[in-house]
Structures are given as structure tokens and as C-alpha cells.
Design a binder for this molecule. Structure first.
Ligand code: CMC
Length: 389
């Protein structure tokens, strides 16, 4: 009490104890519950990773089957949520729709406010992981003016999401296995990232003991910002604006002059290559095998090449982050830029929830309430308006 440490952006402040995700930013290490991201991306599935993050350990075969069954059972959303989403303007940003519809779910599941009951918490966690792709896909169909597609529970989690995005007619939607695997891997790579801005938002709002839908809606809002999850959309728009390799050097000069940031570069924690960016680069090759190479790839590669050798970026230890290449994959899959952050949100949901579960069970946690350094005036004497005007 009485002691305030000024730390804008919490650069040096640990706000919690957590056993979910480990990052060593200098060495470029990322682990979920102790497992290296490279191994999970290579050999696991998004739902298994979600189980790992939520439960703290890998599932047995029976536990995994039960988990998949539960998630699949909850993919549908209440028809009135559909009506709620249909009420948005035709050009509503999908992230705005996602944020609002996740928040709206708190009114459909009032039982969610009972956060002290473990079974109840589990039900909300399952519901949210299950329904996020449905809400995300519907926000996309809305922007396109197309009818919303209901979940197809005979499909896997990730293929069902693709079906809800792209299905136009019967029979069942079928995607190329390489595309499903690449998207599943992207979800894994986005699944958690310790105390990033959106996890911090979920924890901060969750610390008031509100229901998890309200807390996760706050996380979606934080993720929307261009310095956080919105960077993937900003990267794509930046690449389109640069237009050709010849324009890369002058663009870089503009960045160095402080006109704008090189989106998809730099990270608060990684002062080395973001391990997720390496894995995404690999996934681009798999996707481009199916879709053909995205012509913006050449511009991205040229930007990376120049930036990695340029003193401005080297001195500040700015490397490509997770958002630098992911947009190229999404675009190759015919997913428009305004949807990119929605995909990030679907992937990040298990991480938000794992951290929310940790928070509400942590006896040391208190309501998030930082201090401030007051810089305003004090002790003024008020004169009523009729005497001032
Ligand atoms: N382009 C140009 N300069 C940069 C960039 C960039 N992308 N990122 C940081 N810098 C400079 C910045 O201007 C500052 O320079 P100086 O010391 O001369 O003032 C220095 O590097 C340190 O920057 P900072 O803003 O203090 O660093 P931070 O840790 O607060 O910010 C960041 C981290 C990710 C917000 C920032 O690097 C950035 O804005 N990057 C672009 C947006 C982006 O790609 N965001 C996605 C992050 S990864 C996905 C996620 O978790 O959401």
C-alpha cells in the first residue's frame, strides 16, 4: 500500500502465476503445458491441444473421444443468436459481430454466472470452444449476404468450420486434407500465448467474477486491435498497398522514418524469430501446393529479407511474428482480410478459457485494479456555472 510502480503496458509486471504456457522470448521457445509448439503443430490436433490447455495434461483415448463428443454436441447455437446476428448492418466487421455474439451468449446461458461450480465451468468451456466457429463462420456469411450454414457434426472441428464458411449446396462440403491440416495447425499455433493483451483482458474482466462469456467477449475486443490480433488483417492490406517488389525499399524507408509500422513484425516478448512464424511459413508451402502460390508471398519475402538485414530492425530485435505469414494462407483459402482475426479468435479461445479457469480457481487472485500516477490538478475550488459564464 502506498507504493506505486509506474509500468505502462505492464512491461515488467507479472499479474498472475500461470502453468499454462511458457515462453522464452530470447531463445524463441513456446510451450503449452510443457510441450514444445513444434511437436504439437506437427503431430497433434487442435482439439487435443485444446484439451491439453484446459485440463493441463494430454487425454487418454477415452478422454479424448468424450471431449470430441462433447464439443461436437454443442456446435449449434440458439436460433435467437442467429436472429441477433442477422440484425447487424450488411458491412459489420466480423470481429464486431463475434465480440457482440459471444457477449450475448451470457444472456442465453444465465447458468454461466455460477462460476464456482466445476461442472458448470466445464459446460461453459465446452460450449464456447464448440460455438466459436459457428459464430465466426456466420459473421462471414453475413458480410457476404449468404445464408448462414448450420454445423455439420459428421465433420471434424476444422472441416466443419470450413463447411460453414464455404458450403453452397448439398451434398456435404468436402475440403482437401492438406487444407484442413494447415488450418488446424494454424489454430494450434494461436491457441495460447501467456499474458498477451487479450488474455490480460479476459483475466482482468474475469477477476470481477463475471460469467466467462462476458470475460471472453472482452478478450475478443482486445484481439480486434491492429497491434494485437488485428495485425494479420493489417499485414495483408499493407502487402496489397505495397503492390510489387520494386516498392519494398521505399516502404521500408517510410517505416524507418516513423511514418508507419511494418505490420507482422516485432513482439513484446520475442526478441528472436517467433517460433510460430517459422511453422506458419512451412504451412504456407502445404497450402500453396493446393491453391497455387499467393503472389503477395514474394513481397512478404522481400520485406523479410530486407528487414532482417537492416540496422533499424536488427538493433530493435524486430523479427516476423505469427501474423506476418498467416494472412497469406487465409487469402489463398479465399478468406477475406476482415475474417483473419476471427480465425485467430477461434484458435485463441481454449487459451483464454484455460487462463480463465486458472484465474477463478486461484486463491491468490484479486480483482484487477492497477494503481495510477495522478498527474492532474488538486484542491481547486468549484464556482457554479452561473457565476463562471
Ligand atoms: N515496425 C517498425 N518499428 C517497430 C515495429 C514495427 N512493426 N515494432 C516495434 N518497432 C519499434 C518501435 O517504434 C520502437 O522504436 P523506438 O525504440 O525507436 O521508439 C521499438 O521498436 C520498440 O517498440 P515498442 O512499441 O516499444 O515495442 P512493444 O513491445 O511495446 O510492441 C508490438 C510490440 C507487437 C506492439 C510492436 O512490435 C508492433 O506494433 N508490431 C506491429 C504490429 C504487430 O505485428 N502486432 C502483432 C503482434 S504478434 C500477434 C499477437 O500476439 O497479437
Amino acid at each position: 500500500p502506498g507504493l506505486a510502480v509506474y509500468d505502462p503496458g505492464f512491461v515488467n509486471t507479472a499479474s498472475c502465476r500461470s502453468s499454462v504456457t511458457y515462453i522464452d522470448g530470447d531463445k524463441g521457445i513456446l510451450e503449452y503445458r510443457g510441450y514444445p509448439i513444434e511437436q504439437l503443430a506437427e503431430s497433434s490436433s487442435f482439439l487435443e491441444v485444446a484439451y491439453l490447455l484446459i485440463h493441463g495434461d494430454l487425454p487418454t483415448k477415452e478422454q479424448f473421444e468424450q471431449w470430441v463428443h462433447e464439443i461436437t454436441f454443442h456446435t449449434f447455437v440458439h436460433e435467437n443468436i442467429k436472429g441477433f446476428m442477422q440484425g447487424f448492418r450488411y458491412d459489420a466487421h466480423p470481429m464486431g459481430m463475434l465480440m457482440a455474439s459471444v457477449g450475448a451468449m451470457s444472456t442465453f446461458y444465465p447458468d454461466a454466472s455460477n462460476i464456482m461450480d466445476p461442472d458448470n465451468r466445464h459446460l461453459q468451456v465446452v460450449r464456447m470452444i464448440a460455438k466459436m466457429p459457428t459464430l465466426g463462420a456466420w459473421s462471414f456469411r453475413h458480410a457476404q449476404g449468404k445464408p448462414y450454414v448450420y454445423p455439420d457434426n459428421a465433420l471434424s472441428y476444422t472441416e466443419n468450420f470450413l463447411s460453414m464458411l464455404f458450403k453452397m449446396s448439398e451434398p456435404r462440403y468436402a475440403a482437401d486434407e492438406r487444407i484442413i491440416k494447415a488450418l488446424d495447425t494454424l489454430f494450434i499455433l494461436h491457441a495460447d500465448h501467456e499474458q498477451n493483451a487479450s488474455a490480460n483482458a479476459v483475466r482482468s474482466v474475469g477477476s470481477t467474477q463475471v460469467d466467462p462469456y462476458s470475460a471472453v467477449a472482452a478478450g475478443v475486443g482486445a484481439l480486434f486491435g491492429p497491434l494485437h490480433g488485428g495485425a494479420n488483417e493489417a499485414v495483408l492490406r499493407m502487402l496489397r498497398r505495397i503492390g510489387s517488389i520494386e516498392n519494398v525499399p521505399s516502404f521500408i524507408e517510410g517505416v524507418k522514418a516513423g511514418n508507419e509500422r511494418l505490420m507482422g513484425f516485432g513482439h513484446r516478448v520475442y526478441k528472436n524469430y517467433d517460433p510460430r512464424a517459422k511453422l506458419i511459413k512451412k504451412a504456407t508451402e502445404d497450402v500453396f501446393e493446393v491453391t497455387g502460390v499467393n503472389p503477395l508471398l514474394k513481397i512478404a519475402q522481400e520485406l523479410e529479407k530486407i528487414a532482417l538485414e537492416d540496422e533499424y530492425f536488427v538493433k530493435r530485435r524486430l523479427y516476423p511474428n505469427v501474423d506476418f505469414y498467416s494472412g497469406l494462407i487465409y487469402e489463398a483459402l479465399q478468406i477475406p482480410p476482415e475474417m483473419f482475426t476471427v480465425l485467430f479468435a477461434i484458435g485463441r479461445t481454449p487459451g483464454w478459457l484455460a487462463q480463465w479457469l486458472e484465474l477463478v480457481q486461484d486463491k491468490e487472485q484479486k480483482i484487477a485494479r492497477p494503481k495510477q500516477i495522478y498527474t492532474g490538478q488538486r484542491g481547486l475550488s468549484f464556482t457554479p456555472s452561473e457565476q463562471r459564464w
